[in-house]
Write a protein that binds this ligand. Structure first.
Ligand code: UTP
Length: 294
């Protein structure tokens, strides 16, 4: 079991503008995919890698996240009384985890959100998971990244190849391939144009980071969009130490975007044992109807 990476930071302080008006007064991270809020998928993914301490960066209108991971005594009693054992187990599954919440007073960017966790991380490596990136857990991305960290004792960024027309949505790396799926990072650029992009290797929402990142974050001036960008801090850190990228070839959904959210919902519903048969039947009929109309 992983003994090195014990903490995970889950930044959830963003405004979620791509999901307005749903996110006007409710957190994007609490939008359900089938029957669980997005953020719970990320927590369970980290829990499966032996992580038990979670630091969630919140902001305005984000209190529902704290309530979600709190114990729900009355609900538990009622489920016990009505003999709903399976639901009770489901609700209790996260009870042994520790959650701490830090409020990011202003949404000043992902880098700023991570910097808010500095007093609570101290001198140890940690994972960062962006909960609106839903990762197919069968692919064990986080576990592979932790193993890579153990080998190199250097920060590890999850990478995915993206179409060149989409590089302007991501931090893009210039890297040298060391082994299958493993890159040594030479440079990073936040949201480059297609012409500026050094590659099609985009940084996605899973990171294993080291505490010296906090110093690099403190040195960063607001970059693209006036935000404190994590990519800029990683560029600063790169002057002092090596950073590795791990190419993820499994399924990822950008569920912070409406289309990505819908795709995640469909695929996860198809995997859900209670729903898959009836949902598949419905989907097939719907697709047939669409085809006959075309
Ligand atoms: P996004 O780029 O998805 O931004 O942030 P957002 O504000 O959530 O959504 P849009 O783009 O306006 O629709 C990636 C992750 O970083 C967190 C978000 O909560 C999300 O998990 N984040 C972003 C913060 O915690 N604080 C920030 O200031 C910005």
């Amino acid at each position: 079991m992983n003994r090195m990476i014990k903490k995970a930071i889950l930044p959830a302080g963003g405004l979620g503008t791509r999901f307005l008006p749903a996110t006007k007064a409710s957190p994007k991270e609490m939008l359900p995919i089938v029957d669980k809020p997005m953020i719970q998928y990320a927590v369970e993914e980290a829990q499966a890698c032996g992580i038990e301490d979670f630091i969630i960066i919140t902001g305005k209108h984000k209190r529902a996240i704290e309530d979600h991971f709190d114990s729900a005594f009355k609900l538990e009693e009622s489920l016990k009384k009505s003999g709903k054992k399976k639901l009770l187990e489901e609700i209790n599954r996260l009870n042994q985890l520790n959650f701490a919440y830090i409020r990011q007073r202003e949404a000043l960017g992902l880098g700023h959100a991570i910097l808010c966790a500095k007093p609570f991380v101290k001198d140890e490596p940690f994972a960062v998971l962006l909960s609106d990136d839903i990762i197919d857990t069968d692919a064990h991305l986080l576990r592979d990244m932790i193993n890579l960290y153990k080998e190199f004792e250097s920060p590890v960024l999850a990478l995915q190849k993206v179409p060149i027309s989409e590089v302007n949505k991501y931090g893009i790396i210039d890297g040298t391939k060391e082994k299958d799926k493993i890159y040594r990072v030479n440079n990073l650029i936040e949201k480059p144009s297609a012409a500026e992009a050094p590659s099609d290797l985009a940084i996605i929402g899973r990171y294993i980071l080291t505490p010296d990142l906090f110093g690099a974050l403190e040195d960063v001036r607001p970059g693209k969009g006036g935000e404190i960008q994590l990519t800029d801090a990683l560029s600063g850190l790169l002057k002092k130490r090596q950073i590795y990228g791990y190419l993820f070839t499994g399924k990822r959904y950008d569920a912070g975007d409406k289309l990505g959210y819908l795709k995640a919902t469909v695929d996860l519903a198809l995997k859900n044992t209670e729903l898959s048969v009836a949902f598949k039947e419905y989907l097939v009929k719907t697709v047939e109807k669409i085809k006959t109309k075309q």
